[in-house]
Ligand binder design. Structure first.
Ligand SMILES: NC(=O)c1ccc[n+]([C@@H]2O[C@H](COP(=O)([O-])OP(=O)(O)OC[C@H]3O[C@@H](n4cnc5c(N)ncnc54)[C@H](OP(=O)(O)O)[C@@H]3O)[C@@H](O)[C@H]2O)c1
Length: 270
């Protein structure tokens, strides 16, 4: 598993982690992924899966990087502190590696939320601070509201079919040392299977062709494309241990520039 620096922290995280939204696979797939080096697990207070993550990392906590999120409904100072305490209990741990604001709010001033996020770091309950679903402008305001610690990541939708971040958000993150954590990197499984009615027929054909050329599966090619840039890591979800292991096989090799560009072009032409 290849590692990438998280923001400008000097800390390395795997380029393929594991997401656990709508996850019902139990402990085994998470353990299988961790064994393959997918040691970053992404959950959230609203997913209802912090418990199973806590069980999966029991006894190996120090080998795993746990990312969780405070809901966009809990952005008042006290609410953030309470949400983090509750997550820590469900995760059965005394620290969260990466604490993220799940969605930007439009009621609570970002200064208030960020003050709470920084308090959690001061208290040793959180190591790094991130956000999710933030635009360039929201990122900029969040960073200005931080007095002590850097913003290390923005978790956003990104896959071959969903490229909205490419023109502005991705360059902004790259220029400012913010890791992009790509969610839904398999487009909810669409990029992992042959379909009679794909979202993008030309794209699927290219994906199948590159998969055959590289001897990798479609999922592995789609994920490798996703994390091709040094600033991006991805967090695919699967309930199946075999698929989690397959997804880990998206790392440890690289599409050539030609293959990367072929896929980028094929999926843009709808
Ligand atoms: N921050 C946010 O707002 C936000 C929003 C959405 C998601 N996320 C995060 O991103 C993670 C992943 O996103 P996601 O769950 O939306 O979508 P995804 O990872 O793109 O796709 C998950 C789907 O793909 C299937 N799949 C996974 N690996 C496969 C493989 N190798 N071959 C065939 N099918 C495969 C899974 O089925 P099986 O489980 O049956 O294998 C599941 O149906 C979430 O778990 C969550 O942590 C964050």
């Amino acid at each position: 598993m290849e590692l990438k620096e998280l923001g400008r922290t000097g800390v390395k995280v795997p380029e393929i982690g594991i997401g656990v939204w709508r996850y019902s696979g139990g402990i085994e797939p998470l353990r299988a992924g961790i064994a393959m080096g997918a040691t970053l697990i992404d959950t959230a207070e609203i997913y209802g899966t912090e418990d199973v993550v806590g069980q999966a990392v029991s006894g190996i906590r120090d080998r795993v990087f746990i990312a969780t999120k405070v809901s966009g409904q809990h952005l008042r100072y006290d609410e953030v502190l309470r949400a983090a305490e509750a997550s820590l209990q469900r995760l059965r741990t005394n620290y969260i590696d990466l604490y993220q604001i799940h969605w930007p709010g439009n009621v609570v001033p970002i200064q208030e939320t960020m003050r709470a996020m920084e308090t959690l770091v001061d208290r040793g309950l959180v190591r790094y601070l991130g956000v999710s679903n933030f635009s360039v402008e929201e990122l900029h305001r969040a960073r200005l509201a931080m007095a002590k610690y850097p913003l290390v990541s923005n978790q956003v939708l990104y896959n071959l079919n969903r490229r909205e971040i490419e023109p502005q958000l991705l360059p902004y993150c790259e220029a400012n040392g913010i890791t992009v954590i790509a969610y839904t990197p398999l487009d909810d499984g669409r990029l992992a299977r042959h379909s009679q009615y794909p979202r993008n027929a030309q794209g699927q054909q290219a994906l199948e062709w590159v998969a055959a050329q590289t001897g990798k599966t479609m999922a592995q090619v789609a994920l490798n494309w996703c994390v091709w840039r040094p600033s991006i890591i991805a967090i695919p979800k699967s309930n199946s241990a075999a698929r989690v292991v397959e997804n880990c096989g998206a790392s440890g090799w690289r599409l050539t520039r030609e293959q990367y560009e072929l896929l980028s072009r094929a999926f843009q032409a709808v």
